[in-house]
Design a protein around this ligand. Structure first.
Ligand code: LCS
Length: 388
């Protein structure tokens, strides 16, 4: 079944009868038929629902849906993308383990490793994972887990999932891919050899900027059991209403991704020819340093664009105050177009040298291109750039 169909016709035992749209099981706890039923559920002898921190039918339906879209066996929905990342790190690593992480990641992912995992004795190092030689050198140490984000936030740097997966397999390390920027419509890391995929479902999967949530998709049942236990203990689960909204959002995911990609391609071309722009990073432009890899690994180039304005911070301030349709806000992947300044917003917590080295300069602007009419979006950027 094509993934466009699977967004609407995923399978789940829950969908075999009853309503076409799943109800929201807005309950914290579930009635046992009798003593033995309750005891059997706790002993894991029968499938069913005990308590919504452990499993909830609406949330489980979302887990079934995204697991299928990503080509995994099981998934775990979490309260946020950060809760998904934390669950993977704390569930699979313990004191003495080492994690390698892309240096181009959502800044709080790096912050979590630096500021909190280190307290637990879990060490980490950061590399440019688009450079396979750097990945190979990092493997000189004993590594438990490799975490990559591709395309990376906000620089859109692309790492070779299949090649890194082979290195991980040879060395017995787990490969985790943050697939938030692509969604399973554009890129499926498990098919390329990754062990785990995580998403901030806050972004494209939900698509309507009204939910904060996360998901972990795994191929291996044992990993699923370990992560489920971790999630039960830490408690950062998704609520049923959020799961319902994300299920609703996913029905139009394939359609939305097509428009995001079409619009972003045209806007990237417009910006690349604009005299006030130094350079544009978009995986669909031949000028992108990993353009060929992007073509192999992703079906289309996505809805995010980064570009550097001539004139640095002052120019960025003027542009961000001048757009009318592009909303000045962080987050991404919703139907509405957003604009933000990574150096002073999403990536402000990064050390300055690292920020500059990874291309997050004072003139860098990140666009999340929505599904509006592309001519309206270009006209908005055009009028705003005139004020720079
Ligand atoms: N992974 C990526 C690639 C992200 O972009 C984000 C959030 C997260 C994980 C964390 O997910 P959350 O907990 O927020 O659901 N990225 C944001 C951004 O670029 N602007 O605001 C949030």
């Amino acid at each position: 079944m094509d993934i466009k169909t699977a967004c609407i016709h995923y399978s789940s035992p829950q969908l075999n009868e009853g309503p076409v749209v799943s109800p929201i099981y807005q309950t914290s706890t579930f009635r046992f038929r009798d003593f033995q039923h309750g005891a059997d559920l706790f002993a894991g002898k029968t499938h069913g629902y005990i308590y919504s921190r452990m499993l909830n039918p609406t949330v489980e339906l979302l887990e079934d849906c995204i697991a299928q879209l990503e080509g995994g066996t099981k998934a775990l929905a979490t309260a946020s993308g950060m809760a998904a990342i934390q669950t993977v790190f704390t569930g699979l690593c313990s004191s003495g383990d080492h994690i390698i992480c892309s240096e181009s990641v959502y800044a709080p992912t790096a912050g979590l490793l630096h500021n909190y995992l280190s307290h637990l004795g879990i060490t980490s190092s950061f590399i440019d994972s688009s450079d396979i030689e750097q990945v190979k050198s990092a493997f000189q140490a004993d590594i438990k887990l490799v975490f990559i984000e591709t395309p990376g936030n906000p620089t859109l740097v692309i790492s070779d999932i299949a090649q890194i997966a082979r290195l991980c397999r040879d060395r017995g390390a787990l490969l985790v891919v943050d697939n938030t920027f692509s969604s399973p419509i554009l890129q499926r890391p498990l098919e390329l050899g990754a062990d785990i995929v995580i998403h901030s479902v806050t972004k494209f999967l939900n698509g309507h900027a009204d939910v904060v949530g996360g998901i972990i998709v795994v191929r291996d049942e044992n990993l699923y059991q370990r992560l489920r236990k971790t999630l039960n203990f830490f408690g950062g689960v998704m609520a049923p209403f959020e799961a319902f909204l994300v299920l609703r959002g996913i029905k139009t995911l394939a359609l939305r991704m097509e428009r995001h990609c079409e619009n972003a391609q045209k806007i990237a071309q417009f910006l690349e020819n604009h005299p006030k722009v130094n350079w544009v990073r978009y995986p669909g432009l031949p000028s992108h340093p990993q353009y060929q890899l992007a073509k192999r690994q992703m079906s289309r180039a996505g809805g995010l664009i980064s570009f550097e304005l001539k004139g640095g911070l002052a120019a960025a301030q003027r542009l961000l105050n001048a757009t009318r349709l592009f909303i000045l806000a962080v987050s991404l992947g919703g139907v509405e177009s957003l604009i933000q300044h990574p150096a002073s917003m999403t990536h402000a917590s990064m050390p300055v040298e690292l920020r500059i080295r990874t291309g997050i300069t004072d003139g860098l602007i990140r666009l999340s291109v929505g599904i509006e009419d592309v001519n309206d979006l270009i006209a908005d950027l055009d009028q705003a750039l005139q004020k720079v």
